[in-house]
Structures are given as structure tokens and as C-alpha cells.
Design a binder for this molecule. Structure first.
Ligand code: PLP
Length: 455
């Protein structure tokens, strides 16, 4: 089928060669109108060989339900760990990112009046969990703004986070990498170092990290990652990866945080949140009843396909395409159209956020955004993610600041003063492995025509 070994993982980047390689890779997917499907941000699609074996697996279990496991979970965890730069005991299989993050946040050993420091760019599912956890354990939620000018550099974001730390009170720093509302990669290694300095636990929402980036989780210095199995990683729906740092590492040699298992059938696991040296926490967290194990096996196989294609190569292609898309958007709609940092390499991802409307009021008009999105989808077959979390973010009625945000905005805050600084309504797309520059050109042309017809 696809020739995985056709070179290129290292050395110079040759655009034509990479496009040819990934157009072959694209043939492994069944996605209809694949050249118009830019939403791995919502859901990817299983590569055909994975899908075939998945169906076979479902069939086998349907015929012999007592079998339950097609593959031992430790085998799947081992496969995932290899591609993700971690050890198997640090990897648990979750149901998705939301599930992983919920388990982590409910599992932290909270004390009343402690604080959780979050970026302003968090996803609704995690905002919902954080609010519930804060209410249940009597915590304060504090936010740090994420500057998102085109020339923002990583250290500004670190400084913003530093301002939000209350030594002795801040227990957890939570952020997404990359962030969904405007697609910016947050400088997770720097933020991890900052957190370690203050003895703070780091929890990262990496819904878009796996499958987009070449993950070396043990090198990140982060304590907990929640990662989607079915977005960029293209595993089956209802699978996710939960990383728990389970040793003192070069990137993070702070003591392991106490961590309570919220969902585990392991009768031998510690019941008090302690972490004995040889405790396989990944196994304990992956042991929770009878799964549809064809799912789990397929996630491992999707990971293996990514490994064979070369994760560094995939990352480089995705980021290069996103750069291309950003340049084109600016050329066609002007500088204002790009709603994310685009100079500092550390802050870039394969998620592009833009708003093509020329006037400020138009870029804040949710009705207009609905119309743009509906027409682009109806007439040209492109579906975009759009809008920010707006008034449903961390700040909401009856808090006085809520009135300074508006529906659909990215509820950002000033990095120095922490004052509300709502940002324009973003439209979002990803640059997955199955598209190329021509697909992007066609898409931007469709955006241009759509803009002309609705503005
Ligand atoms: C940043 C971010 N976090 C979490 C989620 C939820 O992911 P999942 O479906 O894996 O729970 C999403 C979904 O798009 C997201 O964009």
C-alpha cells in the first residue's frame, strides 16, 4: 500500500517531495471530499488498515463476547508510549481529553483555599470541569492573559503566568497546548520550568497535541497531559491518552504529586493518593471494566502508523502548511485577518485562527459569523470551527468583568493588568496531513467569495 520508507524524516525540507509523500499517505483515509476536510481539530478518521482491523476486531468480539480483550492493554500502552516519548507506566488509556482532564483534576490532592491558575484560552469542557472542581474543593480560579499579537514572543506568556502565581497558594497551573480558540501553541516547556520553580503541578490539555506534534512527553517537564486519540492522531472515537509523570525526570525532578485514582478497578493500588516507587499508575488508570477493546487496539495501531510515517516529518509538514495558510490569508485579507502570534516559532501550531472581515464591528458580529460559516459550508463544502467561549468562559455573570466580554469573543485578558481584553470572533481550521497547498489556495478563494457575498 503506502511506501512509508520514502525518506525525508531528517535533513532539508523539500516542499514538493513532502507533498508527494503526504498525498500518498492521504490515500490511507476514506474521508469523502478529503481535500476540503480541515477539521482534525474536531475529529480525524482512522487510516484504512486500522479501520479494517478494527472492524474485524468488532466482529470477533461480537461472535465471542467473553473474549473482551483483543490485545492486552499493556501492549497498547507500550505502543503509545513508544511514539509519545514516555514509559508505559506513565500512559493510561482514557475515553478522550475531557475524560483524562477530569480524572486528573478530580484526582489532585486539593486543600481548601488553594488556587488553580488557568490561561484565558481554555476549552469549554475543561472550563466546566475546573469550575466544578473549584466549587467542590473551595478553590480560587485565577486567570492569566495570553498575548496574541503577531509578534508576541513566548517569554511574554511566561511572564503573564508568573504574575498570576500566588506562592504557597497556587497548586496547579492549567493550560492548553495548543489552545483551541486561537490555535496558539503555549510555551509548555517554559511554563513547566516556571511551575516547577514554585512547586506547582502542571496539567495540560493536549487535545490537539498528539498526532500534530512529535511528542516527547518525558522531555516536556509537564506532570499531566490529556490527549485526544481521535483528533489529529486519527484513532477511533472514544479513545484518549492520559500521561502521568511517574518518576523524577531530567526535565522535572520535583517530587511526584499525590494523586487519587478517581476511576480504577485496581484492588492493589494505593488508596491514599501516594505513589510508591514501582507503582504502575498507567496500568491502574487503564483498568476500569470491560472496554470495547477493538477501540483500544485501533488507537495503538493508529499510533504505530504515525510512528512509521515519522512523527517529526508529520509535525514539520503540518506546521509548514499552516505557515503557508497564514501567509495566504494575510495576502488576501490583510494583516488584521490573522488572530494569532505568527513570528515566534514556539507559539505556532497547525491550527489557524482568522477573521476575514475588514471592519472591527464586523469581526465582532456573531450573526455575520454565522452567515459566513453557513454559506462557506453550503456553497463550498468547508466546515470551520468558529467563535470563542465568550460569556460562558471563566468570567461570567454576575461577575462585574463579564459585561466587558461579548458573545463569540475570545475572552482574553491583558497580560500586565489582567483587565478583560476580548478578541475578535475566530474562524478556525487545521492543516492535517491529507491536504496540500492547492487545497489551501482553493479554500481561501472560497473564503474570499463568501466574504464578498455576505459582507
Ligand atoms: C483544546 C481542547 N480541549 C479539549 C477538547 C475536547 O476533546 P475530547 O473530545 O478529546 O474530549 C477539545 C475539542 O475540540 C479541544 O479543542
Amino acid at each position: 500500500m503506502f511506501n512509508f520508507s520514502s525518506g525525508g524524516d531528517e535533513g532539508v525540507f523539500l516542499p514538493e517531495r513532502e507533498e508527494a509523500y503526504f498525498s500518498g499517505f492521504a490515500r490511507m483515509f476514506k474521508i469523502s471530499n478529503i481535500d476540503r476536510y480541515f477539521l482534525p481539530t474536531q475529529k480525524g478518521s482512522m487510516p484504512i488498515p486500522v479501520l479494517k482491523n478494527y472492524k474485524k476486531g468488532l466482529d470477533r468480539i461480537a461472535k465471542d463476547p467473553r473474549r473482551v480483550f483483543l490485545e492486552k492493554t499493556e501492549v497498547t500502552r507500550e505502543k503509545i508510549a513508544k511514539g509519545y516519548g514516555a514509559r508505559a507506566d506513565e500512559i493510561a488509556i482514557s475515553r478522550n481529553t475531557t475524560d483524562a482532564i477530569s480524572q486528573v483534576l478530580y484526582g489532585i490532592d486539593w486543600r481548601r483555599d488553594e488556587e488553580i491558575l488557568c490561561s484565558t484560552l481554555e476549552y469549554p469542557n475543561c472550563i466546566a470541569t475546573i469550575r466544578r472542581v473549584a466549587c467542590r474543593f473551595g478553590l480560587t480560579i485565577r486567570q492569566f492573559g495570553v498575548p496574541s499579537r503577531h509578534d508576541t514572543h513566548a517569554e511574554e506568556i511566561v511572564e503573564s503566568a508568573r504574575r498570576g502565581i500566588v506562592p504557597g497558594k497556587t497548586k496547579v497551573m492549567f493550560f492548553s497546548a495548543p489552545a483551541q480558540p486561537n490555535g496558539m501553541m503555549l510555551p509548555f516547556r517554559r511554563l513547566a520550568r516556571l511551575a516547577q520553580h514554585y512547586g506547582i503541578i502542571t496539567v495540560v490539555d493536549g487535545a490537539h497535541y498528539g498526532g500534530m506534534f512529535n511528542p516527547r512527553l518525558d522531555d516536556t517537564g509537564i506532570d499531566f497531559w490529556g490527549i485526544s486519540g481521535y483528533k489529529w492522531q486519527c484513532g477511533p472515537g472514544g479513545t484518549g491518552i492520559l500521561y502521568v509523570r511517574n518518576a523524577l525526570l531530567e526535565s522535572n525532578n520535583t517530587p511526584l504529586p499525590r494523586f487519587n485514582l478517581v476511576r480504577s478497578a485496581d484492588l492493589h493500588a494505593p488508596i491514599d493518593g501516594s505513589r510508591p516507587l514501582d507503582f504502575d499508575i498507567g496500568a491502574a488508570l487503564s483498568h476500569y471494566g470491560f472496554p470495547e477493546s477493538a477501540d483500544l487496539r485501533a488507537l495503538g495501531e493508529a499510533c504505530e502508523i504515525w510512528d512509521r510515517a515519522g512523527r517529526a516529518r508529520i509535525e514539520r509538514y503540518i506546521l509548514w502548511l499552516a505557515d503557508y495558510a497564514r501567509e495566504k490569508l494575510v495576502a488576501v485579507f490583510g494583516e488584521h485577518a490573522l488572530l494569532q502570534a505568527c513570528k515566534d516559532e514556539e507559539l505556532k501550531s497547525g491550527l489557524v485562527a482568522f477573521n476575514p472581515f475588514p471592519e472591527k464591528e464586523q469581526r465582532r458580529d456573531l450573526q455575520l459569523a454565522h452567515r459566513f460559516n453557513a454559506r462557506l459550508s453550503r456553497k463550498y463544502g468547508y466546515r470551520l470551527g468558529y467563535g470563542g467561549i465568550g460569556l460562558n468562559g471563566f468570567t461570567r455573570d454576575p461577575e462585574p468583568d463579564a459585561g466587558r466580554f461579548y458573545e463569540g469573543c475570545v475572552p482574553n485578558r491583558n497580560a500586565l493588568t489582567n483587565e478583560p481584553e476580548p478578541e475578535d470572533i475566530p474562524f478556525r481550521f487545521g492543516t492535517p496531513v491529507w491536504i496540500n497547498r492547492k487545497d489551501i489556495d482553493r479554500f481561501i478563494k472560497a473564503c474570499r467569495k463568501t466574504l464578498d457575498s455576505v459582507a
